[in-house]
Design a protein around this ligand. Structure first.
Ligand SMILES: Cc1cc2nc3c(=O)[nH]c(=O)nc-3n(C[C@H](O)[C@H](O)[C@H](O)COP(=O)(O)OP(=O)(O)OC[C@H]3O[C@@H](n4cnc5c(N)ncnc54)[C@H](O)[C@@H]3O)c2cc1C
Length: 391
């Protein structure tokens, strides 16, 4: 029998998951003088499945977290335009409401993890959380492969799907999701400052230029696109992608320079913001469809939303913050998530994608409205003032 050492130190907050949401929460909490423990199962640095497009509003958030200069030095690639295409060949070009960035998760997650360490939080990678017991009144015991840790509060920032969701019996894990995704890094084309999104039957593929001019290509689709994939290479680039002529031409001009990452069972289900008294942030609290390119911005923002409620609870012990956080989350994100799901479901259908793109060409204000409505308003306005330093 393995005897698990029980750490005597009791933390104010234990954060599970060192992605964008988790690191952002940790940095803010540690800067307020709280004892914070960050637990991450991966060993950094690590490649992650993601479109690696950072929406306009993250620049202001990075500034607040004190990582903007490091992100710039890591070679974040500025983007000011969008380019959308459909399998019919229809296309739409538009300006973004400011400067967005392309940076690999390999770099970004490392930068945020190191920042969490430098502001005084205890950060442990290679530490998988297996079980969480307790509640907000009595405190929590968090069991990991490295021992057990005690904390007054636990924040769940462990992403879209984790074994913890099953342990916590979260309802969405029992509903099968058909969405699969894959990403890899490529060389061979230049996107000239545009984020590209190409629809194909059953899914869509995004191209984002990242550090050193590399291209991150990431697609998400219904799992049926894999049924015609006959080889390992075709599972990375299924035949369905080549039904969009513009996407096909791009893919033929590029060559892959990294291994691929893939994922299945991606769920956009509505999730509780508290489960067994765990405060959920980032994808663990709800995920926007990748088409919007706003998941990382939302993850960062949800941490900013949650931290003042967490601090207030630690100060006064009152439980009313649970409803207040849930209400604030709903007000800020719910409409964005619903619109994101609607556009995602339309964009994967060739006729609707083509009609939508033609409509955006006829009424460009429609395209601009969709881009603005699928990201945070308050922060969009703050971004352009900081963005020029990245251009
Ligand atoms: C196909 C696809 C493309 C996307 N493209 C984009 C895009 O271009 N732009 C964008 O803004 N968003 C995009 N997103 C969304 C974005 O990736 C997420 O919204 C964002 O990563 C959420 O951040 P997070 O911190 O909540 O979770 P994550 O970044 O997933 O971090 C969760 C962390 O928790 C850790 N963890 C999990 N379980 C445990 C455990 N038991 N113990 C310890 N640690 C654990 C994980 O290892 C991970 O490090 C995309 C999503 C998909 C599926």
């Amino acid at each position: 029998m393995v005897v698990v050492p029980r750490e005597s130190m009791k933390y104010d907050v234990i954060v599970v998951g060192a992605g964008l949401a988790g690191c952002s929460a940790v940095i803010q909490l540690a800067q307020q003088g709280l004892q914070v423990l960050l637990l991450e199962q991966a060993r950094y640095p690590v490649h992650r499945l993601c479109g690696e497009f950072l929406s306009v509003e993250v620049i202001a958030v990075f500034e607040r977290l004190g990582v903007l200069e490091t992100v710039r030095q890591a070679g974040a690639h500025p983007m000011q335009r969008t380019y959308l295409t459909a399998a019919s060949g229809a296309s739409f070009r538009s300006e973004l409401p400011g400067t967005a960035l392309g940076l690999s998760r390999y770099q970004l997650d490392r930068i945020l993890f190191e920042r969490s360490q430098s502001v005084g939080a205890t950060c442990r990678d290679g530490t998988t959380v297996r079980e969480i017991a307790g509640n907000l009144q009595e405190g929590f015991a968090v069991s990991t492969n490295q021992g057990e840790f005690l904390g007054r509060m636990v924040i769940g920032a462990y992403g879209k799907r984790s074994s913890l969701d099953r342990n916590l019996r979260r309802p969405f894990v029992d509903v099968r999701s058909p969405w699969v995704a894959c990403k890899a890094h490529y060389e061979g084309i230049d996107l000239s400052g545009a984020i590209e999104l190409h629809a194909f039957p059953g899914g869509y593929c995004g191209f984002s230029q990242i550090e050193s001019g590399r291209i991150n290509a990431c697609w998400i689709a219904h799992e049926r696109v894999l049924t015609s994939a006959a080889s390992a290479d075709e599972r990375i680039c299924p035949p369905a992608l080549f039904q969009n002529p513009i996407l096909a031409e791009r893919l033929r001009s590029m060559h892959r320079i990294s291994p691929s990452q893939s994922l299945s069972q991606i769920s956009f289900a509505i999730k509780n913001k508290f489960d067994r008294d765990l405060l959920m942030i980032g994808d663990a609290g709800g995920m926007i469809t990748p088409l919007c390119g706003d998941g990382m911005a939302m993850a960062l923002r949800s941490a900013e939303l949650a931290v003042p409620f967490a601090v207030r609870f630690l100060e006064n012990g009152l439980m009313d913050f649970k409803h207040q956080y849930e209400a604030a989350w709903t007000q800020e994100f719910k409409a964005r998530l619903q619109l994101g799901r609607l556009i995602h479901n339309g964009f994967i259908q060739p006729h609707l994608a083509s009609m939508g793109i033609k409509a955006c060409n006829l009424i460009p204000a429609l395209g601009n409205w969709i881009i603005r409505s699928t990201r945070g308003k308050s922060v969009v306005e703050a971004a352009p003032a900081i963005a020029p330093s990245l251009s």
